[in-house]
Design a protein around this ligand. Structure first.
Ligand SMILES: [Zn+2]
Length: 508
């Protein structure tokens, strides 16, 4: 196996100085006089900055601050053109290979983290570990032609009624209220074929139970096996990756983003919105001239600020208040965007980066396949050199020279806090075994409708609940149980009612 070639990825929310850091690293590399990797090429991974012009609204790093460093995949699409992740990955791979050929380090930088994720990890374009358990149509990648022999044996030994059920799965899933027996039978079928998967669902959640069974039917594999298998595959990075997450504490970031919008307005944000408006109406008139994929709800028209000021500029007699409303609405959207970006990084990208390293069998402390550092950019002006640029340059040099790297947690308290949280979610098997539902024998009155509680905290709380204690203290008599069964079936009283009751009893 040939050694993976290096790449640097810089991610983070909007307004933390990612683009400046990329330039800082590139400049330093050019000055370092290394024989191998003597310079850098910056590759844009911001979905809005691919568009030509509109530099203010898309928040491009001014050319004067780029220090002559090449910025690829920036400024090359028409405002209304659609450009999606698959196309970008293809173009970015081309740019990366080109950089490597020229002895340059590719530095991928941008706020569109899922683009970066799909560049770094191949083959799972629409997938990641965390989404494996989500709802949605079974993915074509799950379709294996062959039935696993182990599963085949389990299917052969199914009792007749379950066998028949598997051969004619209901569509749609039965309602647990209207058909508790059907729901429980469906659950029992899954439990027999894939107990690990079944343990994740409440028997009442027939939609999820059915989906797991469909996967068995279509793939010939157990869903839990597929998750394990997929988790192994997702972890092979394309490159030897050094990832920097430039981070700013939310309360500071909020102020900074607000100020940035005020500055964008001073710099001519409104003129750009007007130009975009004109472009969309012009092109609407001359269909022949507009790019094939024109759609004025896509492309740059999704950028924050367009929608907000488009509305304002379309008013006949806009007032000062209308203007302030647009400004505030842009500020709110920007903050929400930053929040979504952080959540993506923590919940999606980080676990994959970590998992890649943990599954790396060649791992040694000088050449891990992926390393991730969080840089504290909270004080952008005061401590950029000491907290962001300095550590980044130091780590980059160690990474390229295969020298020992500092512990990511040791960089700052913020790093320790933000990076640590996600570490526990990295093991897909743990994710698979997480949040199992267990039956409370005390609260189960009718065995045909087991009372299920999630293990862990919920189970502990349940045991302390008044609802559970009442049952434990005074078990129902046989006659009462019969009566409960009857009443339950008649009134369709069900577990979720009991859950509400027991939640209420805990709040009291
Ligand atoms: Zn109980």
């Amino acid at each position: 196996m040939t050694a993976l070639k290096p790449i640097i990825a810089i991610c983070g929310t909007t307004g933390v100085g990612k683009s400046n850091l990329a330039v800082d690293i590139a400049v330093q590399l050019a000055q370092a006089g290394r024989r191998k990797w003597d310079s850098a090429k910056i590759i844009n991974a911001d979905a809005m900055q691919v568009y030509t012009g509109m530099d203010i609204i898309t928040n491009k790093l001014p050319v004067s601050e780029r220090q002559g460093i090449e910025h690829a995949l920036m400024d090359f699409k028409y405002p209304s053109e659609q450009y999606v992740v698959g196309q970008w990955v293809k173009d970015a791979l081309h740019a990366v290979n080109d950089a490597h050929d020229k002895n340059q380090i590719p530095i991928v930088v941008g706020g569109t983290s899922y683009w970066i994720q799909h560049l770094l990890f191949p083959d799972r374009l629409a997938k990641d570990i965390n989404s494996e358990l989500d709802d949605g149509p079974p993915s074509p990648v799950l379709k294996h032609p062959a039935l696993s022999t182990d599963l085949a044996r389990s299917i052969e030994s199914l009792p007749l009624d379950l066998m028949q059920l598997l051969n004619s799965l209901p569509d749609p899933a039965p309602s647990a209220d209207a058909d508790p027996e059907g729901a429980l039978q469906l659950f029992n079928l899954l439990n027999t074929l894939d107990a690990t998967m079944a343990a994740r669902w409440h028997w009442r959640d027939t939609r999820k139970v059915l989906r797991s069974l469909r996967i068995i039917q279509e793939s010939g594999q157990r869903p839990s096996d597929l998750i394990r298998e997929q988790a192994r595959q997702v972890l092979k990075p394309r490159f030897r990756t050094l990832c920097f997450w430039v981070y700013a504490k939310p309360e500071i970031l909020k102020l900074r983003l607000d100020q940035r919008i005020d500055k964008m307005l001073e710099q001519g944000l409104l003129a750009e919105v007007r130009a975009l408006q004109a472009l969309s109406t012009d092109s609407a008139l001359s269909d022949a001239e507009k790019p094939e994929s024109s759609d004025y709800t896509f492309g740059i028209y999704q950028t924050i600020g367009y929608k907000e000021f488009h509305k304002y500029l379309s008013l006949n007699n806009p007032t000062k208040d209308d203007f302030l409303e647009a400004v505030n609405s842009m500020k709110t959207s920007t903050r929400q965007y930053a929040k979504r970006q952080t959540s993506w990084l923590r919940n999606k990208l980080l676990p994959i980066l970590y998992a890649a390293n943990e599954s790396d069998t060649d791992f040694d402390h000088t050449t891990p396949s992926t390393v991730t550092y969080l840089l504290d950019g909270t004080d952008l002006d005061k401590s950029w050199a000491t907290k962001v640029r300095g550590p980044a340059v130091h780590i980059t040099n160690a990474f390229l020279d295969s020298k020992s790297l500092p512990d990511p947690m040791s960089l700052s308290d913020v790093a320790k806090e933000v990076l640590k949280v996600e570490h526990k979610n990295t093991d897909p098997i743990a994710v698979l075994n997480d949040r199992r539902k267990i039956i409370c024998p005390v609260c189960t009155v009718d065995p045909a409708r087991p009372f299920m509680v999630e293990e862990g905290k919920e189970w502990q709380m349940h045991q302390k609940s008044r609802f559970h204690k009442r049952r434990a203290y005074k078990p129902l008599t046989a006659a009462e149980i019969e009566e409960q069964k009857l009443r339950g079936r008649q009134k369709k009283q069900h577990i979720s009612d009991s859950n509400v009751e027991h939640l209420q009893s805990m709040v009291e």
